[in-house]
Design a protein around this ligand. Structure first.
Ligand SMILES: [Zn+2]
Length: 254
């Protein structure tokens, strides 16, 4: 269990970052991304050794700290950590290899996004901003080979930070942990909104694209930027933990 600490493969700065990623996983659990023990988050290793992947057999809400991650190289070889490797590790290898600008990635099965992943229409937006995220249509099966990982990552193109996966779920990513978590919350909210629109038998009009653009441009100022929102989600998480939310583990389960 203490291999990682004994081997000193995790610098204090990296351990802090992995602890923060664990917190991000628990925030995602509270925001619609929990699906039993499925779904994972990953961080590019700052020393170029590959990436740190949440270990298998625990939920996002049970990711407690840096011990809940395993270090894999980009070929999927497990370099450190006693946890079990998720079979869909090629998702993260694919994203990190294709997009040097992204350092944090996730794959989950949020309820509304999974339903929307079956919709043959680009994801619209009621009050948020941004272009429709790409939809990976290659397969609905597990992304468990490097070829599939590369194909999925390619669906992000050069600048997208999120994508729907047909009949499966979503991927989302960011330069930072905050960006990744906020992207994940955003795509699930958008899917929930669009499904509500589709189910309501009401005359509906789309927002003006320029208005959305102006509003989106000022949102960062209004909410204090990504860190303002991140701090909010951390406060909610802290209160949920204090109340003993059963989805959230209060210790490392290794
Ligand atoms: Zn999956």
């Amino acid at each position: 269990m203490d291999d990682l600490r004994k081997l000193d493969v995790i610098s204090p700065a990296l351990r802090q970052e992995l602890d923060k990623l664990a917190k991000g996983a628990r925030i995602l659990e509270l925001n619609g991304h929990g699906d039993r023990i499925f779904g994972h988050v990953a961080l590019r290793d700052p020393e170029g050794r590959g990436f740190w992947l949440k270990r298998h057999n625990i939920s996002l809400g049970e990711v407690f700290d840096s011990r809940d991650f395993v270090l894999l190289d980009f070929d999927g070889n497990q370099k450190h950590g006693p946890g079990k490797r998720h079979s869909e590790w090629p998702i993260h290898a694919g994203i990190f290899l294709a997009r040097p600008d992204l350092n944090v990635s996730a794959h989950t099965h949020p309820f509304h996004s999974v339903i929307y992943s079956a919709v043959k229409k680009p994801l619209g937006s009621v009050s948020g901003a941004g272009k429709p995220p790409p939809r990976f249509e290659g397969t609905s099966e597990f992304i468990d080979t490097p070829e599939l990982g590369h194909a999925l990552a390619a669906s992000l193109g050069k600048d997208a930070k999120m994508a729907l996966m047909r009949h499966h779920g979503v991927i989302f990513a960011g330069r930072t942990i905050e960006e990744m978590v906020l992207a994940g919350i955003e795509i699930e909210q958008r899917c929930q909104q669009m499904l509500a629109v589709a189910s309501a038998d009401l005359p509906f009009e789309w927002p003006d694209a320029d208005e959305l653009q102006r509003k989106f441009g000022s949102t960062a100022k209004r909410v204090g930027g990504p860190s303002g929102l991140w701090d909010y989600y951390c406060r909610v998480l802290a209160r949920a933990e204090l109340q003993g939310d059963p989805r959230l583990s209060h210790k490392c389960l290794l």
